[in-house]
Design a protein around this ligand. Structure first.
Ligand SMILES: [Mn+2]
Length: 335
């Protein structure tokens, strides 16, 4: 793979300030950092005269639609305006080509700037990466502020502040994970100073769960398995359960949090089977020094030290779980 240019902040801003039709792409199974960062960037680019569309392989999960519904009817690539002739492509929060899903073959070699904060990302374009930031939203805030200092951007669109705050809050678990730095709080402070309703955004992100999500959690709680003296916990959610309860993938996203909440658990995981096919989505969380991204990477996935994910093909959900637990045990005590 050819080597890509590592931009400094000002170079990234110079690239972005030029008015051009822009496509902002974010990762598959998007979270509020991906969505908030992409849509904040869209509003900022539009304020500088660039027509901009945001897109992703999949649709915005319905629980996060409140972030985007005012700004774009749909972000799903199949639904965006095909007559839109983009002159610039930017990805945000997307750590590897595989995170672009089915869009990658289409955009390979056409991406002008990759904006990301994942320390172990696979670079696939010229990039501006801040692995010291908790969220891509922190980078978008920095870029936005710099563009304003450069005189390229007038007033920052009010909605961009809400979106950036949602991005920060989401990737930090409401400012409580170990990735939070004073810089994260300083960004949040500026956003609060600008008048955002932080309580409302946090309520929508963390306190509201659909009945289907709660139903998944209730059943998930009955399906926790423990390993290594209960230091590892896994919630198994097979397809039969998903079908029986008429759940969508987005209802299963918080299952890993149940395992994580159990006292004494150091590594939590959820193992979700979204179709009848023998493919299992694994989410991993660490509450200790153990770097779960190493395990995710072993299975072709990625993420951060404390939160990572991958997909495994296996003959059964139990076997998929066993493969991951064995891989965790291979590194146990090494961090
Ligand atoms: Mn992120």
């Amino acid at each position: 793979m050819r080597s890509f240019k590592e931009f400094q902040l000002d170079e990234a801003c110079e690239l972005l300030r030029e008015p051009k039709n822009t496509l902002v792409i974010f990762h598959v199974r998007p979270d509020a950092d991906a969505i908030g960062s992409a849509f904040a960037l869209k509003l900022v680019l539009e304020a500088m005269g660039s027509k901009t569309l945001c897109t992703c392989e999949s649709e915005i999960p319905s629980r996060l639609a409140f972030l985007t519904e005012k700004h774009q009817r749909s972000a799903r690539f199949d639904n965006i305006d095909r007559s839109f002739e983009f002159e610039r492509v930017v990805t945000v929060d997307t750590a590897s080509p595989s995170q672009l899903g089915t869009l990658y073959p289409y955009f390979e070699g056409k991406i002008d700037l990759m904006i990301d904060h994942h320390s172990n990302c696979t670079k696939y374009a010229d990039n501006y990466i801040r692995a010291d930031y908790a969220a891509s939203g922190e980078i978008i805030f920095e870029i936005t502020t710099r563009l304003q200092e450069m005189g390229a951007l007038g007033e920052i669109p009010r909605d961009a502040y809400d979106l950036i705050y949602a991005a920060l809050s989401s990737d930090t678990g409401c400012f409580k994970y170990s990735n939070v730095s004073s810089h994260t709080h300083l960004c949040a402070a500026e956003l609060i100073k600008a008048g955002i309703d932080a309580a409302e955004i946090n309520h929508r992100l963390f306190d509201c769960k659909s009945e289907k999500m709660l139903a998944a959690e209730a059943v998930g709680f009955q399906n926790i398995h423990f390993y290594n003296n209960r230091k590892i916990a896994a919630v198994l959610f097979p397809y039969e359960l998903k079908e029986k309860l008429e759940l969508e993938d987005e209802h299963l996203e918080t299952l890993v949090d149940i395992a994580r909440a159990v006292d004494g658990v150091k590594i939590a995981m959820s193992v979700r089977q979204s179709t009848a096919y023998r493919s299992f989505r694994i989410s991993l969380r660490s509450s200790c020094a153990f770097d779960v991204s190493v395990v995710a990477k072993h299975f072709g996935g990625g993420g951060h030290t404390k939160a990572a994910a991958c997909t495994i093909e296996a003959d059964s959900i139990e076997f998929a779980t066993r493969l991951v637990v064995d891989e965790i045990m291979r590194y146990w005590g090494k961090f």
